[in-house]
Design a protein around this ligand. Sequence first.
Ligand SMILES: C[S@@+](CC[C@H](N)C(=O)[O-])C[C@H]1O[C@@H](n2cnc3c(N)ncnc32)[C@H](O)[C@@H]1O
Ligand code: SF4
Length: 370
Amino acid sequence: MKMKSVFDAAEIKSEFESAGINPNFMIPIWKYVIQNPDCVWDEIPSLPTAAYTLLHSKFKTFTSSLHSLFHSSDGTTSKLLIKLQNGAFVEAVIMRYDTRLGMCGGKPRPGGVRSTLCISSQVGCKMGCTFCATGSMGFKSNLTSGEIVEQLVHASRLADIRNIVFMGMGEPLNNYNAVVEAVRAMLKQPFQLSPKRITISTVGVVHAINKLHNDLPGISLAVSLHAPVQEIRCQIMPAARAFPLQKLMDALQAFQKSSQQKIFIEYIMLDGVNDQEENAHQLGELLKTFQVVINLIPFNPIGSTSQFKTSTKQSVSSFQKILRETYNIRTTVRKEMGQDISGACGQLVVNQPDNKRTPEPLRDIEDLHL
Ligand SMILES: C[S@@+](CC[C@H](N)C(=O)[O-])C[C@H]1O[C@@H](n2cnc3c(N)ncnc32)[C@H](O)[C@@H]1O
Ligand code: SF4
């Protein structure tokens, strides 16, 4: 029988309730497993006898395992290759920032380093964005909510994770229920992340955006807009045909009205495709009535055969200037991290046959000196 992850909150709740066990026992169980990842169920103190029986028969401490780790040469970024229960692999990326110095290289200083975890929600992705390595894999499978939470647990052994961004492999809103369940777990003890510090990034799945604020109040939303007009969007993102720009803007307006939160707009800068001054004006006009922060993302090459080129620094800078000065929209340029380990935005791909590769074995976590 396929075992369930103990971090799958909905499964634990329903199994415990049907067995007459208080589902709140989930919290001490999670705490114990996080602190003692190699534990067996009987070691966990003070649970009702029925809970031990249930855990033994239906649950595993982890349904995924940390298979390999890669570190960027500047020490700011670590990529985790995680093996799932179905044998597939996903990647998650830790990005370290020193709160006093900006990005952090080398060892963290106590109290000074806050890390962001970029998390995966699917193996592959069916949306097929033409600039994205994950999109080139096609869709393979959905992660369970337990497997999503387990990425946080694995990463927490390496860094003090304060922010989560669903910007790893997959389209989170195409795996809606598991993502919602996982986020709800991350808001609970012992993780207790603030909803504002969890960002769901989407290509623009309109029907899901429409219910997101209700299901996850306070959550941050990032939208991969990438073009100010439908025609260019369709050219680079096939999913835009299913989610026309006007419908997407209507959904964003409704999200903003109900959440009263700013929305993050991601805009990949592709040389000669969407980075002209005219495009900056179109984008400014489209967004001038919204509370947004625009993040311009330099295109990260995804292989030698890519049809795209990274915009020049000059194009990025004049694009940013127009949005800031003509439209008064806060516009930042993303500092890419982890390119030397293919851990930057859009570079996550695990492309062995059947997504089953056997990379080098894991180094001892204690030896990593992160
Ligand atoms: C990989 S996606 C995952 C989340 C979600 N599916 C989305 O599209 O927003 C995270 C971000 O990476 C961006 N991205 C994809 N390929 C990229 C590339 N080659 N260079 C830079 N950013 C890229 C996406 O457009 C998106 O803004
Ligand atoms: S950018 Fe996001 S939606 Fe597009 S293919 Fe990549 S993971 Fe999927």
